[in-house]
Design a protein around this ligand. Structure first.
Ligand code: ARG
Length: 457
């Protein structure tokens, strides 16, 4: 088929080249943005007297008809078209005749595609934010439920000091709340209109870029037409924000995988979010969490791949930039699916708090508290630390824990120790006394929940 851009050439191309060049397989998802953008353009052309009001109305009605027909399934998108922009314009001209050919006055596909992609991704930012917020609120409500459930906190995956499960879950709520802020920031720079930059050098027509941007709800107009058509920072920023979200989800997933293993048994995932094995009848596998962890690699790939595509591109538009869409669409689809599945998984899991407490009782996570007890008796921390370490070594050799040493045994390490030591190494007290701001106590967890709820609104 002859191309709409036939002119210098006769517009016929090699079939393999056509397929290679075409982006309709993946950019057809922007049909709504393409049509809405074109409606604003048609309105601006009439507003500035570049076409007549009647022509503008005909174009806008025609575009609305195409939108309705695609929405209802009456009009199927032609997979052999070069891209969604060409498809809509060709369909419009087919429906309206010559007036359809006026739509592309004072515009280029270069500013058109930049506009459509921004509009599409602005909506995606809102959807990703809504899903992130839902997960944050679910984490808050599970954290409230388990605000007093003692578990070992880890460093180096070694039991370290006591925390609460609520405290641990709220750490993830903090990460995702920062992600919400990053999404907001990313949206702020995305919300700038490139339309009217035309191919690269603006236009000789007396256009009104601000009028068009206002009509489409943009906050501002880009200041430089070369930048308008060649800037894909908004894609890179969204890819990087989404990569950070995936990193957070992957870390949470890794913990869920560990916690649901027989070695930990800190949580029981709901049957809805696990699978069985085709051969091992006893298995209940955390496939969803593993897939979230796995998809993180692919989203990072989208970011690195597209950054690499942009590297070295001269101004202004180059066809390489068509590669933005598959990267960014894959990343947003992946993160939305992962946020959604993780929210369901967290909402329905059960914490096995007895197992958490047992693990907390066995790892000498109160050794710092023994040292702090000696500090309160007047020893410098470094000396107290050594004494506590020796007591732990003694316990390990004798199959004991700090709670079960006798006062006589304790006194072998320091004669400052008396009966009061039992209160100091009691697990519940160890948590209760960690009253520093942001710590693991039930009150602190509640403060964190309230603050996060206030921030996410
Ligand atoms: N399909 C193209 C893209 O996604 C649209 C812009 C084409 N512009 C051009 N001058 N060939 O980037």
């Amino acid at each position: 088929m002859a191309k709409m851009w036939a002119g210098r050439t006769d517009g016929t191309t090699n079939k393999a080249a056509d397929d290679f060049n075409s982006s309709i397989r993946f950019d057809s998802r922007m049909y709504k943005q393409d049509i809405t953008g074109s409606m604003a353009h048609a309105a601006m052309l009439a507003y500035k007297g570049i076409i007549t009001e009647a022509e503008s109305e005909t174009l806008i009605d025609g575009l609305q008809g195409i939108l309705d027909d695609i929405n209802s399934g009456k009009l199927l998108i032609d997979e052999s078209a070069e891209d969604i922009h060409m498809f809509v314009e060709a369909e419009l001209t087919e429906r309206l005749g010559d007036v359809g050919k006026k739509l592309h006055t004072a515009r280029s596909r270069n500013d058109q595609v930049a506009l459509d992609t921004r509009m599409y991704l602005l909506e995606e930012c809102d959807e990703i934010s809504a899903l992130t917020k839902k997960l944050v609120l679910t984490l808050c409500s599970r954290a409230e439920e388990y605000k007093s459930a003692i578990m070992p906190g880890y460093t180096h995956l070694q039991r370290a000091q006591p925390v609460t499960f609520g405290h641990h879950l709220m750490a993830y709520a903090m990460m995702l709340t920062r992600d919400l802020d990053r999404l907001k920031d990313c949206k702020r720079r995305m919300n700038v209109s490139p339309i009217g930059s035309c191919a690269l050098a603006g236009t000789t027509y007396d256009t009104d870029r601000k009028y068009e941007a206002d009509k489409l709800g943009f906050d501002a107009v880009c200041l430089n037409s070369l930048d308008g058509v060649s800037d894909r920072d908004f894609c890179v920023e969204l890819l990087s924000t989404v990569s950070v979200i995936m990193m957070h989800l992957s870390r949470l997933s890794e913990e869920i995988i560990l916690w649901s293993s027989w070695e930990f048994k800190f949580v029981e995932l709901s049957d809805d979010f696990t699978t069985g094995s085709s051969i091992m009848p006893q298995k209940k596998n955390p496939d969803m969490a593993e897939l979230v962890r796995g998809k993180t690699g692919r989203v990072y790939g989208d970011l690195i791949g597209f950054l690499t595509t942009l590297k070295g591109l001269p101004l202004a538009y180059n066809k390489d930039m068509q590669e933005d869409k598959e990267a960014v669409f894959d990343a947003v689809d992946s993160v939305k699916a992962c946020l959604n599945i993780t929210e369901g998984e967290i909402a329905t899991m059960t914490a096995l708090t007895d197992n958490m407490r047992k693990a907390a009782q066995n790892g000498f996570i109160n050794a710092t508290d023994m040292a702090d007890y000696l500090v309160n008796k007047g020893l410098p921390f470094r000396d107290a630390y050594k004494i506590s370490g020796k007591a732990v070594a003694y316990c390990i050799q004798n199959g004991k824990v700090l709670e079960t040493l006798t006062v006589d045994e304790y006194r072998k390490f320091s004669d400052l120790i008396d009966e009061g030591i039992y209160e100091a190494v009691d697990l519940d007290n160890c948590v209760r006394k960690r009253t520093s701001f942001g710590g693991p106590t039930a009150q602190s967890v509640m403060m964190q929940i309230e603050e996060i709820k206030r921030i996410v609104g």
